[in-house]
Ligand binder design. Structure first.
Ligand code: ATP
Ligand code: MG
Length: 482
């Protein structure tokens, strides 16, 4: 490992005031200091970032203290003594300080033994060449690039590569395998062959990584421009079944009597990419990833019908709480949203195959509520048949569904449907205790509105309720005589 004989200088990249302050402090302390890692990488990739990592050959904590003093009362300092690191928040910046360190690993944990070290030691412990770049802060070398592993070249060639032997890098900290795939997906880079093969060999080591860290990386893959890049790499390296068996189960095709079905994994990641083209919503992307998750469990072959996946939407929606729980995804309204979209994902298509009645459109609007637009995005992305004629026909029918949804929503405002008559009013009118009868009447009013028998208005609903109650032989309205 040799230093570039004629170091490149990038002082033009460090023009923000924060770097001249850091430079002053580095010289006042008389310590070699560098901006390093992701911040430098992103500087060259034109991905603006507010998280700056500084490594000092000496005490990171002392440098952070000096920096915070210089900035005055608007700076907020946090010291993590146990880790030998400190962070200063100032305006929208977060500057992290750490002393240069050398790390050695034991087999059973990703927590290394840490000792003070040189810049070179510190760069050796970094995960990828593009993440090991350092720019010097000291005045006499301000902006000088230290790039011992050819990170700049890899950046130009869009390569993810470990600085040292990839088997050691990945075995030391298996999270790096996820990070590598995430960077490939996020930055549109390629895994260098040796790096790729080392992930294949070390994949089982992922078992020592916590679910929380894995899901952080998975979410970053999900948020990248083309999430399929990450999922294909997870599959090809063999990590997929280890971190997400339900998704891996979608893989493959089967043929009976010359009748095959599509590979649902390939289909799924295509759908995720298509959703990603129109929406940044992480949870809509999750809904796309999980929309067919129930297919392996519902797959049947029937001589007459061919391959069927009856109720896969329903079965899939039921699998979601379990998946969210193991994966440490939030068990809140986000999960409910994903469940709802998975459950409803075929409805607009089914609707478009039949004669599109107002009543069916109203019911869909009622069930999807405010998520109707997201559902339509998902459903549109789900149309991926290789048969262009079929795709064209679906798209045309879909246009009709869209128009009808718009018309009916304008007319009937079903999206935020609140029944014009509530349970309380039913109980008071007929002098009923809370009971099935109250629920039945409520449901009858709702159905009448959704089926277009009555408009979504109070007077009509009231009249319908009185008539329906009479038919059902329910109580006498208050104030009437027998
Ligand atoms: P992002 O901020 O987008 O998650 P990053 O590469 O900046 O990506 P950080 O967690 O901010 O990731 O880490 C900053 C730097 O610390 C990295 O660029 C890398 O040099 C180093 N680093 C982080 N995690 C690891 C790891 N698990 N193994 C080795 N080096 C790491
Ligand atoms: Mg970062």
């Amino acid at each position: 490992m040799t230093r570039n004989p004629e170091p490149m200088n990038y002082s033009d990249k460090l023009q923000a005031p924060v770097f001249s302050i850091l430079s002053d402090i580095a010289d006042e302390m008389g310590k070699e200091s560098y901006v390093i890692g992701g911040y430098v990488r992103d500087l060259f990739l034109h991905r603006p970032s507010k998280d700056i990592d500084v490594v000092v050959v000496g005490s990171g904590i002392e440098m952070a203290q000096a920096f915070a003093r210089k900035l005055g009362k608007h700076a907020h300092l946090s010291v993590f003594k146990n880790f030998g690191t400190a962070q200063v928040k100032y305006k929208d910046l977060e500057v992290e300080f750490v002393g240069a360190r050398r790390e050695s690993y034991r087999h059973d944990s990703r927590n290394p033994i840490v000792e003070d070290g040189t810049l070179e030691d510190d760069q050796n412990r970094r995960d990828f060449t593009i993440n090991a770049l350092a720019l010097c802060l000291n005045k006499n070398r301000f902006g000088e690039l230290v790039d011992p592993f050819g990170g700049m070249e890899d950046m130009e060639n869009l390569i993810i590569r470990t600085p040292l032997d990839p088997d050691i890098t990945f075995s030391d900290d298996p999270l790096r395998m996820m990070r590598g795939i995430r960077f490939a997906s996020q930055l549109g880079f390629y895994l260098e062959l040796g790096t790729f093969e080392a992930i294949e060999r070390n994949k089982e080591r992922i078992s020592i990584i916590s679910r929380e860290r894995i899901i952080d990386e998975l979410n970053k893959i999900m948020l990248s421009r083309r999430p399929s890049v990450g999922f294909l790499l997870l599959d090809k390296t063999g990590l997929l079944p280890l971190i997400f068996p339900e998704l891996a189960a979608l893989k493959g095709t089967q043929t009976i009597d010359g009748c095959g079905h599509k590979d649902n994994f390939m289909h799924t990641i295509t759908v995720v990419d298509k959703v990603a083209e129109t929406s940044d919503n992480l949870w809509l992307r999750w809904a796309a990833l999980l929309h067919d998750i129930g297919k392996p469990r519902t797959k049947r072959y029937d001589k007459r019908l061919g391959w069927t996946f009856h109720n896969h939407n329903f079965v899939g929606a039921k699998m979601i709480p379990g998946i969210f729980k193991t994966m440490k995804l939030p068990l809140n309204d986000k999960m409910k949203y994903v469940q709802k979209l998975v459950n409803l994902h075929m409805r607009p298509i089914v609707l478009s195959e039949d004669e599109i009645t107002d009543s069916a459109v109203r019911r869909l609007l009622f069930e999807a509520g405010n998520d109707i637009d997201d559902l339509m995005v998902l459903c549109n992305a789900d149309i991926t048949s290789k048969n262009q004629e079929k795709v064209k026909r679906y798209r045309q029918n879909f246009q009709i569904v869209r128009q009808k949804l718009k018309d009916i929503e304008e007319k009937d405002r079903i999206r935020n449907f609140q029944p014009p008559i509530n349970g309380q009013e039913i109980m008071e009118t007929f002098n009923l205790p809370p009971s099935n009868q109250v629920g039945d009447l409520k449901a009858a009013i709702k159905d009448a509105i959704l089926d277009g028998i009555i408009p979504n208005e109070y007077e009509a609903a009231r009249a319908f309720m009185l008539q329906k109650a009479a038919e059902m032989g329910i109580g006498k309205p208050e104030g009437t005589t027998a």
